[in-house]
Design a protein around this ligand. Structure first.
Ligand SMILES: Nc1ncnc2c1ncn2[C@@H]1O[C@H](COP(=O)(O)OP(=O)(O)OP(=O)(O)O)[C@@H](O)[C@H]1O
Ligand SMILES: [Mg+2]
Length: 264
């Protein structure tokens, strides 16, 4: 029996304002099948992830669909419990005075802050503290969001995404702006999550940060799937040079790939 699909897109056309981002896009990703999405700026990576997180929608058209976990119209509440999300957009809109613990607990309420009308229970706070402990950031529990560094905010948001213990995670450029140490800490946790069976969809510009556990690569360019295959197949000098339209050399060490300009 085939595995359940996390994402099943058929012939979807998507606009963002006046811009047609996808024209008859089809793509399917099974539960448990982590993938990395790579493409130049403006290619449509974030838009693809936003289709999955239901932040944007396709136009309604006979015969086309976007199904998430088998449903065309999943409830957002259900979705947020099953799919954790981290993106720079989310990081940017968070309420600045919230504490680190508050950021994590807000995931249970699907909010971007904690507000006076929300009742936060002791058991929710306990869950939040456990997550902070798991991530090794207990010291951020009482720190204000606006006083945190980019990396500290990002790791709190990872905690927020994890508080429902979701089976799937959407990570849109999770390490952008992080220093080497913070990047490595982040990647270590992502690798642990992959090993524990979570499906991760990761959009990144950093080929050298793709966890070895992720095999599938989706190359997107100008709103179209340029190619979609295993790393070993797509990460060759020829393919990657053709994709980025510049001569490149790609090498692999310990399961990590590295792209360099070809010597001229
Ligand atoms: N809020 C928006 N309103 C209108 N158009 C948008 C909006 N966000 C993105 N777009 C357009 O949609 C297209 C795809 O953008 P998207 O953000 O998905 O690209 P991306 O691959 O994530 O790029 P980047 O690597 O820069 O993050 C681009 O042409 C962009 O200009
Ligand atoms: Mg993007």
């Amino acid at each position: 029996m085939s595995k359940k699909k996390l994402l099943d897109i058929f012939n979807a056309t998507v606009y963002r304002d006046e811009k047609k981002v996808f024209d008859q896009l089809s793509l399917s990703i099974k539960c448990g099948e982590s993938a990395v999405i790579i493409g130049p700026n403006g290619a449509g990576k974030s838009s693809l992830l936003k289709l999955l997180s239901r932040e944007i929608y396709p136009i309604s058209k006979e015969g086309s669909f976007v199904k998430i976990l088998g449903k065309q119209l999943p409830t957002l509440w259900d979705l947020r419990k099953k799919i954790g999300l981290i993106s720079a957009d989310l990081q940017a809109i968070f309420v600045p005075d919230i504490s680190g613990l508050g950021v994590v607990v807000s995931g249970l309420h699907n909010s971007i802050g904690l507000f006076s009308h929300q009742e936060i229970t002791d058991s929710e706070l306990k869950r939040g503290k456990k997550i902070l402990e798991y991530l090794g950031i207990q010291d951020l529990a009482n720190c204000r969001y606006r006083q945190m560094s980019t990396g500290q905010q990002r790791i709190c948001l990872l905690g927020r995404a994890l508080i429902h213990n979701p089976d799937h995670l959407i990570l849109d450029e999770p390490t952008s702006g992080l220093d080497v140490r913070a990047t490595h800490q982040y990647l270590k946790i992502i690798r642990e999550l992959l090993c524990s069976g979570k499906t991760i969809l990761l959009a990144t510009h950093h080929i050298n940060e793709i966890p070895p556990e992720i095999e599938r690569v989706i190359l997107i360019k100008e709103g179209k799937i340029f190619d979609d295959d295993k790393k070993e197949i797509l990460f060759t000098d020829d393919k990657i040079s053709e994709f980025f339209n510049i001569p490149l050399k790609i090498s692999c060490s310990n399961g990590y790939y590295q792209v360099c300009p070809e010597k001229t």
